[in-house]
Design a protein around this ligand. Sequence first.
Ligand SMILES: [Zn+2]
Length: 266
Amino acid sequence: MKYLIFIITSMLIHLTVNAQNMDEWHDGSAIELKGKIYILSVFITTPGKTWTYDEKTDLLTSQFKAQDWLKQQAKLYGADISFENGFYGLKSDIVVDEIKSIKELYEARQDWVYQVLTKIGYSSPLEFLERLKNTKDCANALVIIYANQSGRSYAVPYSTGRNKEKYFFEGCTVYRKDTYYQYTCGATIAHEILHLFGAWDLYKRDKTDKERAKKADALFHNDIMIGGTCDLESLKITRLTAWLVGLWKYKEDVFEELRPRNHPSE
Ligand SMILES: [Zn+2]
């Protein structure tokens, strides 16, 4: 009997250990959608292109909608999350030489967080992150770089082994307007935040990706990582995305079939 209990216990431990998402993307400053999450919002613009306070706070309103939605969704999985917010460049402009309006991911600048934080005056963004985590008592932190430009918003999640000083403090670049010149909405901001916690894109990324996207839509309909709408109320964090961001422990075989070929996200 004792032996049987030992076997069952070992099996359970084995299942739990192997069930959680522990891949190399499950690393960086935004690890799990749990507890208190610190979000630093930074507004950048280019020379001669001023950005009004109202335009910036419009984006923050969308960000707060995204945060509320993330809280509601996490609650459905039994997790209580909260946010604390910090800001740079809200009342005065942070000016950088150039912001590219990207349409394809390979054009995306990867090191905005490092560039912008050093411009503000932090010699080591990594040390700044550690101090932030200690003083704010938050397990997770991330940066949203708002760019006074139109373009395709994207996230730069950290994966184990990358240059820590440059990429460990994870961030996303959110353009003021999308490639159709529409103002960026809360659903896009929530989508990018989830990438930093490890979520995958579930829509068709290129021609060869059709079957994967079809399967994702059939199995995890309305997942926010499929996207396609600004209507947050119609979107969900389904089991797959919940597993990737640490809200759900139980891995299903089909999850791996939906892993993007190369994980870098947008
Ligand atoms: Zn994406």
